[in-house]
Design a protein around this ligand. Structure first.
Ligand code: GRG
Length: 311
């Protein structure tokens, strides 16, 4: 067990739903502050960037970053920035994923998708610009001016770039696009989701932890193990929700995986076994947190939230 002090922040005392709302509100305000103003030239692109990033989403990745940050006593100001960076990558991925050349969807977060509200070229540029802004945020001087912190910032940039690129999210998306109509076995499905969805959740956890005290190698490995299981759990639950919850509740088109002949945990295992698999992943994720004792409480609560979420 590493000798990390308890986090200093007052938010540790809050009940989980209040803590979650606090983080979500904080991220909304931070993104609004950090995104280019809607009226700045080129105004249409900036409006579309704000449309794709604000007023929506569960902010699951920022929640993971803040929960991991509470584990290491990370400063809320740093956590705001790294969480926003990860959320911008997520927002970019949704905009590009919804394009006609990919998933071709018209509904996201209960509203028309970005290319429907604006147009395809704008949506493409929105994704590009959100991605660039994410890395610009990680390079900010107020994230760390001393040399030790600068080395940490470089580590953060490397982690997020790896998680977003062809060895992470974009690679997972490529496997996904190539898998339509095919049957994947469980290891193939797991690899696809570990990259497409899991890599960014894993990066959120590790970036959040990097905002605080240094973890021992053992603690870092345990946290990474947790993040991998939690990322996969998030995806299995997503597959279950896609075929059990309505479009109105999800805020995106329900049942699309089956219509598009996408391999999912439900198509592979059936609904009951997919639910059992989710329970098993949840247990494995929590086991990995044992080393952190009470300091892992937020991550434990967040794991329960993603397991039982309804949208
Ligand atoms: C285009 C490079 C590129 C990648 C796209 C994220 C992604 C990869 C595709 C989205 C399609 C999808 C349904 C992925 C499964 C899980 C997932 C990422 C769901 C959406 O994330 P939530 O539930 O969304 O966190 P909100 O709206 O709450 O932010």
């Amino acid at each position: 067990m590493s000798a990390i002090p308890f986090p200093r922040g007052k938010t540790r005392e809050l009940p989980f739903p209040d803590w979650m709302r606090t983080v979500q509100t904080r991220i909304e305000a931070t993104l609004s502050r950090l995104l280019p103003p809607a009226e700045a030239i080129p105004a249409r692109l900036h409006q579309a960037m704000r449309y794709a990033s604000l007023n929506g989403g569960k902010r699951v990745r920022p929640l993971f970053a803040f929960a991991a940050g509470e584990l290491t006593g990370g400063s809320p100001e740093k956590l705001e920035i790294v969480s926003s960076a990860v959320e911008l990558i997520h927002a970019y991925s949704l905009v590009h994923d919804d394009l006609p050349c990919m998933d071709n969807d018209v509904l996201r977060r209960g509203r028309p998708t970005c290319h429907v509200e604006y147009d395809e070229p704008t949506a493409l540029l929105v994704g590009d610009s959100l991605q660039s802004l994410a890395f610009e945020l990680l390079a900010r001087t107020d994230l760390g001016s001393e040399s030790a912190n600068s080395a940490r910032q470089l580590e953060m940039v490397r982690l997020l770039a790896h998680a977003s690129g062809s060895s992470g999210m974009a690679g997972g998306q490529a496997i996904d696009l190539g898998a339509v109509g095919n049957v994947l076995d469980q290891p193939e499905l797991e690899l696809m989701h570990a990259l497409k969805t899991g890599a960014l959740i894993r990066a959120a956890v590790m970036l959040g932890a990097l905002c605080g005290e240094t973890l021992s190698d053992e603690a870092r490995e345990s946290l990474d193990r947790f993040a991998k299981r939690a990322g996969l759990l998030f995806q299995v639950v997503d597959d279950i929700l896609d075929c059990t919850v309505s479009t109105a509740t999800l805020g995106k088109t329900a049942g699309k995986d089956a219509v598009d002949e996408k391999p999912t945990y439900v198509s592979l295992l059936g609904l009951e076994r997919a639910r059992e698999f989710a329970d098993e992943l949840g247990k494995q994720a929590l086991d990995s947190l044992a080393i952190f004792g009470e300091r892992g409480q937020r991550l434990i609560e967040l794991t329960a939230f993603i397991t039982h979420r309804k949208f």
